[in-house]
Ligand binder design. Structure first.
Ligand SMILES: *[C@@H]1O[C@H](CO)[C@@H](O)[C@H](O)[C@H]1NC(C)=O
Length: 132
């Protein structure tokens, strides 16, 4: 019986961890689906790569000019996560912090300058997810 306890704890941790993750995805999806077009809404999920986030725009499901900021707002839980991102060194490239500001209306630089920010996608996602 004693040997079961650690396994039970691990099992419960896995379950609760999955619950948190799916809850966070659900919250993002709810926010995002209200904001974007029908074709874009199916991409309302957290991903771990910038390529994956770019794909709906390249494919034409999402409209870059109209929907990128709406997605960013929901991605960042409509909150300013600048502090969290700074603590994770996103401020090495200060303009990349704009990605973490869910209250910012729009990006201030041309899109090409954000390519370097792809290295921070994990940090930004971590801040976003922990804020829901
Ligand atoms: C985030 O964006 C809002 C709205 O533009 C702005 O007022 C705020 O200062 C920004 N946060 C930081 C840390 O720059």
């Amino acid at each position: 019986m004693k040997i079961c306890i650690p396994y039970a704890v691990i099992f419960l941790c896995i379950i609760s961890n999955n619950f948190v993750t799916s809850n966070v995805d659900h919250n993002f999806a709810e926010c995002c689906k209200k904001a974007v077009s029908h074709s874009c809404a199916k991409h309302c999920k957290y991903y771990n790569s910038v390529i994956r986030y770019s794909w709906p725009f390249l494919k034409g499901d999402c409209d870059w000019d109209k929907e990128r900021d709406l997605l960013r707002h929901c991605f960042m839980n409509q909150k300013d996560q600048t502090e969290c991102c700074s603590a994770l060194k996103v401020n090495e490239h200060p303009h990349c912090l704009e990605i973490c500001n869910g209250t910012l209306k729009s990006f201030s630089h041309p899109i090409g300058q954000y390519l370097i920010c792809r290295r921070y996608i994990k940090q930004a996602t971590k801040c976003a997810k922990s804020s829901w």
